[in-house]
Design a protein around this ligand. Sequence first.
Ligand code: MG
Length: 245
Amino acid sequence: MRHINLLHTALFLALSSACMAQTKFKPEDTEFYEPKPRVVMNNAQVPNDAIVLFDGKNLDKWESKNNPSQAVPWTIKDAVLTVKPSTGDIQTKDKFEDFQLHIEWKSPETIKGEGQGRGNSGIFLQGMYEVQVLDNDDNPTYVNGQAGSIYKQRPPLVEVRSDKDKWHRYDIIYKAPRFNIDGMLISKATVTILHNGVLVQNNTQIEGTTEYIGLPKLQAHGPGPIVLQDHGDLVHFRNIWIRPL
Ligand code: MG
């Protein structure tokens, strides 16, 4: 990536000096051919350069967060992954920095509880920053805790309701925070989220960890896993893939 930036910088400087000299441009002066973007196919709704984290068959890419050596206790039935309450969160074995993540989720069939106690789960980016999953249908709660929020920080731009089949889709584009070699913050994490194709977070800055109580915490860290939350509700997941960026 760095050499691309250098190339663009060199091009910009060349053009700037050309401007100052009032050079007359030809079209090809501002066209370049290298490096070429990679070719990616998306014929089966999963880009062919994506890492498939869950395709309905197994949880080989996942581990229990509390007991990584144990098999993941959540259940798979009819190609759908379901939280097994009180067994704890699960996380990817791989760790990630910047990425594009696709994940689909559905609230429990049996409606029970209210507010944060109804259909609650979550997707923790780098294991620290929660994108909320919640049954929002006629279920008032604090807006920075509803589905599509960055938990306790930013509500979604709009409330997206589920389709006929009740499945929701999140497409999450995440840029990790940057720290210098001394652990000082250079830039905070940012996230863009499409919920069922509708923009709900637009390059939102993440202030730090998404705490239930208290203010966000921000400490230097490296790559982290995708974590799915066990909040005690039978939330379903399917079709999870990620493209490191
Ligand atoms: Mg949650």
